[in-house]
Design a protein around this ligand. Structure first.
Ligand code: SAH
Length: 370
């Protein structure tokens, strides 16, 4: 066990790499309380008490990739595949309006049969009929697709880099045949196109070391992210990583555990190094700890929740990992549970689109320069 780390710096950007590594190794409850309290204070000072609600619409589970962690992988042939129609997607988006959410997140497997034009028309309709901010999460797409969708009115794009360890990433995310750019390069492209850019990682991927995780947190800082998603890795039995574990690495303390506590430490450190980012309390954390995960995330730095608005008949088929927390059976119930949670922990539902303060800062810098 490492020696006790010094108290977290009040200036978040001052966290050094060795501070980060020490915090990741910390296991004593009292210092960890201090870490979480500090992250919570930084969250309040920088992004306030509002919790922004983004309605998640998992519109297709078709996927051409073979990611070692994800249940949607192409080789998982036992799974029924679907793609919602634009009318069905619009109906889910209208629920977001009804519940007062400021935005929707359109997520799918990576499916190149989902064409540029189809997505473009969908974005235009959602834009015209709801006025919601639109986030896309469709995997790795060509720059021309991304540019067309931005032009059509998309605001944000989520693409997690999953792990900053390139060797590990290529092992769990085999490249497609032909030339392909890195996710890091795509994130830069998205910034250049004017998107609010979200990325993130899984905590406890088999083969992920503490050094890797410290690198991930430092990478959040260098990427100037608007949104950072951090969830525990949850094994899916129909995937290569769902059955593999390395007890030897775990025993040697070399393997990052995929626990709620480790996820919360990572989330708190992410808040400290990126104080202005929008950070969700993720569904994966709520799945791992159904009674407390959502709340814990909100108490150690998160300021966003993504309630699931996918119709039930499709939701059960979007099985990236098993037993996904769906926040109540019905969206209305979910809405009531969230209101109760916010009352309990003294937070308020976000109003408006919940744009990233980082984006506002970047826009102001461009105007000053002009
Ligand atoms: N096709 C899109 C969306 C994938 S699902 C893309 O690749 O970006 C969104 C996120 O869910 C992934 O980026 C990954 O971080 C997470 N995820 C997938 N499988 C998971 C698992 N088994 N455990 C935890 N998180 C998982």
């Amino acid at each position: 066990m490492l020696s006790s780390p010094s108290p977290p710096a009040t200036v978040a950007t001052a966290l050094s790499r060795s501070d980060i590594l020490q915090w990741l190794a910390e296991e004593r409850p009292e210092p960890l309380k201090l870490l979480f309290r500090t992250a919570d204070r930084i969250r309040r000072e920088h992004v306030g008490d509002q919790v922004h609600l983004r309605g998640l619409i998992e519109f297709s589970n078709r996927c051409s990739r073979s990611c070692g962690y994800c249940g949607l992988r192409v080789a998982n042939r036992g799974m029924e595949r679907y793609c919602m129609t634009p009318d069905e997607i619009l109906a889910s988006a209208r629920l977001a309006v009804q519940f007062g959410y400021g935005s929707v997140v359109l997520q799918s497997g990576e499916d190149h049969a989902i064409t540029r034009g189809w997505v473009k028309a969908l974005i235009s309709r959602i834009r015209q009929e709801t006025g919601l901010a639109i986030t896309l999460s469709l995997g790795e797409r060509h720059r021309d697709d991304l540019a067309a969708w931005k032009e059509a009115g998309a605001d944000r794009y989520l693409l997690r880099f999953e792990t900053s360890n390139e060797t590990l990433f290529n092992r769990i995310h085999p490249p497609l045949p032909g030339p392909s750019g890195s996710r890091m390069a795509l994130l830069a492209t998205l910034h250049g196109l004017g998107y609010e850019v979200g990325s993130g990682i899984m905590v406890g991927i088999p083969g992920q070391s503490f050094e890797d995780l410290a690198n991930d947190i430092e990478t959040f800082r260098t990427l100037d992210l608007d949104m950072i998603g951090i969830g525990p890795f949850l094994p899916h039995p129909a995937t290569p990583l769902g059955t593999r574990s390395s007890p030897a690495a775990a025993a040697a303390g070399a393997q990052v555990p995929n626990t709620g506590l480790m996820t919360c430490k990572t989330l708190a450190l992410a808040r400290m190094v990126c104080p202005d980012a929008n950070i969700p309390s993720t569904t994966a954390l709520a799945t791992l700890q159904p009674d407390s995960g959502r709340e814990q995330g909100l108490l150690c730095g998160a300021n966003v929740i993504m309630p699931n608005l996918t119709p039930h008949r499709y939701r059960r088929l979007y099985e990236i990992y098993p037993d996904k927390a769906c926040c109540g059976e019905e969206p209305l119930l979910c809405q009531q549970q969230l209101q109760e949670l916010f009352r309990k922990i003294g937070r308020i539902p976000g109003s408006g689109r919940g744009d990233s303060p980082n984006l506002e800062r970047r826009r102001a810098a461009v105007q000053t320069a002009a």
